[in-house]
Design a binder for this molecule. Sequence first.
Ligand code: G6P
Length: 612
Amino acid sequence: MCGIVAYIGNREAYPIIIEGLKRLEYRGYDSAGVSVLNGKLTTVKKKGKVSELEDAAAKENMHGTVAIGHTRWATHGEPDDVNAHPHHSGNNRISLVHNGIIENYSSLKKALIELGHEFKSETDTEVLTHLIEEYQKRDNLDLEDAVLKALNKVVGAYAIVVFDVNNPDVIIGARKSSPLVVGIGDDEYFIASDASPIIKYTNKVIYLNDEEIVRIHRGEGVKVKTIANELKTPKIQEIDLKIEALEKEGFDHFMLKEIFQQPETIFESMRGRLNAELGWVKVGGMDDYLNRILNAKRIIILGCGTSWHSALIGEYLIEDLARIPVEVEYASEFRYRNPIINRDDVIIAVSQSGETADTLAALELGKEKGALTYGIVNVVGSSISRVTDCGSYIHAGPEIGVASTKAFTGQLTVLSLIAIYLGYKRNTLSEAYYRQLLYALESLPAKIEKILQSNDQIKYIASEIQHCDNALYLGRGYNFPVALEGALKLKEISYLHAEGYPAAEMKHGPIALIDVNMPVIVIATNKNAYEKIHSNVQEVKARKGIVISIVLEGDQKIKEISDYCIEIPETMDPLSPLLSVIPLQLLSYHVAVLRGCDVDQPRNLAKSVTVE
Ligand code: G6P
């Protein structure tokens, strides 16, 4: 959470920072700020979105070729102009932006107040600026050494960029548990939370490792060391990211674009990994550790939010198709509950961003205990992709809408491939069933295209339920986690209360909520539990609930007793979540738009949760 962008070079820095902050707004958007060096330090900070910062900065002289910027998701101190970043040192020489949490900030702040420092904000970040100032003054250190010393005193997580008005040719960045990427152009340099603000100017980047500090000196270039002061040779990588991938390309919202991209992104997740005609599937990421994975006593899948829902479907898939016991855990619970982890366990972390703090920390715990770690990640070069022993990218391309859609189906595609691959290798699938699964996977993109044609019908249904206060989502088997995901999507972006339940559990509580105002969205596409779901729909109708059913094409029986019905093409049960989730994504999108909500940047949320 929080986005950082910095520039040093020969161009006007301010427009680069503003454009970069807009690209990073998915990381937090409750306030934003920018500092420019132009003989003096000019800082403008504003509560609200980057556009409000732009309005405020229009009245100031923002010229200069060195600048840092920040878009915030508040942790310490409410979102307002004062708590917005950048923060200055007491002597107004240093300006700093920060993503993360300084956990020991109150003891540091107390000590600094005793030394005469005065603070303006309630943030943990401001403490860092005063600490750096203190070391510069007391120990006569230059900026780099003072930053190094300060970072050795702080406990917590950070990605920072800092500069000093007395040294306008230098910017310093550092990271611990929060991402930071350095972009290398021609005599110009960038630092950002991800590559999106950089890609327009250069595709050469350095992903900073944990506990590394980078010093960029105009004219002298880049120097990287650890915070223990050891010099490192940075690895410059070329990234393959197209600027169009970061634009809406004619869609009203990124979320809608990303929903409509799914036929293509699912194809990308499968590319090179299966061929139904020739009867092969391969998950290259497993090659180096295949025996260990095939003989795992247990697989533990970790994730948060939507990725946790994919993990649940992963459990159903791997147990069903490969017959390996699987446990699924919220990463945040797993890491703090003293879990039993054995050396013959395999831990799979599912994460779109590859940066979620809890998932990362849980993985590290697993690694420490000797388990093999595997990442299913979207963002190339992200922290999880680097700390895991092995893994598979989902290749969905940048997901910018805060509510995850194409990353979810990309994760499901990779989890399906893994389950089928392991099942094939472990001989737990008949040849015929295996082949059928491969053909079914290959035909998914075309089937999703077909579901997307129901967009207008789904928009109409959304208009019918937009004024409800609550919604219930029901599913069974493979579609139970899809019910959870459908409810989460609605909550996230339309601020309606929604709950997902296993259909049979409805009778143990939620049924008490059903009345004429309650939409009940029933995923009724499972062939093996059809009659039971049919009964559940009747139970809802008997209580006068509004039934919106997702059924297989041609299904008349459930359609007849539903108020609204969305038909989707048939596939094999293990793959059905990949289709049944699409109408639910569209439904929540349209409800949110009709309710006037900010679909891509819902209140209080952030896409990349880099704090616990
Ligand atoms: C946030 C996002 C969700 C996402 C979750 C996990 O809550 O808003 O969309 O599912 O984090 O993120 P990850 O990047 O680990 O998948």
